[in-house]
Design a protein around this ligand. Structure first.
Ligand code: ATP
Ligand code: MG
Length: 350
């Protein structure tokens, strides 16, 4: 259920690369909703690699302050990260997730019914705060002149428990949505299911702790999740530590045709930040041909997370209709349209 508000203040952080081209599309999709949501107010905010090169800080304090004190929600574009270590630089998106306690990255991957390609309808729930992303690395010189590098991987029962709970809650919601009268048929037929992604046969201590903690969420639930199956393969909702979550969602994106289609929302307990799964795509940045759909769908996810379900459905239905018609699509999907042309087609349907 959405909180009652007279305006909806949304912090907009385009950051770098195609983020600057696709975030305006998300803003226009939200504006096109009219009275379906409280009057949106967009607050432009700065962060990114380019900002670091200009002013020496990838995430200005003011951006964090405004998000925390003034915004109801946020949208993030994409950040370009250097492939080598740069003194003083660290990723602003990783820092933002921490500042706002957005401990989950929810990444639905679904094909549009009626289109070619495999039937896909799943969600990856990626842990957002730990694993190898704590970036505790060291390098040692060996006696023979060679080097050995280590990265510490952190898995805590606390982070695993809250991500596990988020996954089971999401599975319950998806089950209820599929069972609702008039719900569109989806490829997933059985009861809702949470799949734990791990490699605990090899990483028995870290992945072992993750697996055991998530299993315990279901087992110690007093029956709340009895209707949700749990396994460790073939999934409806997949719950994974940070790194595996990133890898399998890039893989799942290939199943639906393009990374340019896959949205996500960074979720905490009461703040949500939409963000396309793709990166800054330097190979196509500045050409006006980036697919805006991942970003537009991320806006819908941000809204549905806040309880604006009808508004989100309107955006998603418009996107599906444009994909199904196939008249306007960007080059990543084999089309010839620009970012703006696809956006316009979607806005008309909204
Ligand atoms: P990062 O390190 O920033 O996460 P990445 O390695 O995940 O980046 P992306 O920037 O996401 O890489 O780009 C991967 C490929 O997908 C590139 O070929 C890029 O052009 C393509 N791509 C990414 N986003 C889009 C989009 N919105 N529209 C079309 N193609 C895209
Ligand atoms: Mg990436």
């Amino acid at each position: 259920q959405a909180i009652k508000r007279s305006t909806l203040k949304i912090g907009m952080i385009p950051a770098d690369g195609v983020g600057r081209e696709v975030l305006p599309a998300a803003q226009r999709a939200i504006e096109a909703l009219g009275s379906a949501i409280p009057k949106p107010e967009f607050i432009p905010l700065i962060a990114g690699w380019e900002e670091f090169n200009k002013n020496g800080k990838a995430l200005p304090d003011e951006t964090v302050r405004v998000l925390k004190e003034e915004c109801d929600a946020a949208m993030f574009g994409s950040v370009q990260s250097p492939s080598h270590k740069v003194a003083g630089y660290s990723s602003p998106i990783v820092a933002l997730r921490k500042h706002l306690d957005l401990y989950a990255n929810i990444r639905p991957v679904a094909s549009v019914p009626g289109t070619a390609g495999p039937d896909v309808n799943l969600v990856i729930v990626r842990e957002n705060t730990e694993c190898l992303y704590i970036k505790k690395e060291e390098i040692h010189d060996n006696a023979d002149g060679s080097k050995t590098a280590f990265a510490t991987r952190q898995i805590t029962s606390k982070a695993s428990e809250r991500i596990g709970r988020m996954a089971f809650e999401l599975a319950l919601r998806r089950g209820a949505e599929r069972a609702a009268p008039g719900a569109p048929a989806t490829f997933w037929k059985g009861p809702p299911k949470v799949t734990i992604v791990h490699k605990s046969n090899v990483l028995s201590v870290t992945d072992g702790l993750f697996r055991e903690t998530v299993r315990a969420v279901k087992e110690n639930d007093g029956g709340r999740y009895d209707g949700v199956e749990m396994n460790e393969q073939l999934f409806d909702v997949a719950v994974a530590p940070n790194l595996y979550g990133d890898i399998i969602s890039d893989g799942a994106a290939a199943l639906v045709g393009s990374l340019g289609l896959v949205p996500s929302v960074n979720a905490g307990d009461n703040f949500f930040m939409g963000e396309p799964v793709h990166g800054s795509a330097p190979d196509i940045a500045g050409k006006g041909i980036a697919n805006p759909i991942a970003s537009i769908r991320s806006a819908a996810l941000m809204l549905s997370s806040m309880g604006y379900l009808e508004a989100a459905t309107r955006i998603n239905a418009a996107v599906d209709a444009v994909i199904l018609e196939g008249k306007y699509s960007t080059p990543d999907l084999g089309g010839k349209s620009t970012t703006d042309e696809v956006t316009e087609a979607i806005l008309k349907k909204i």
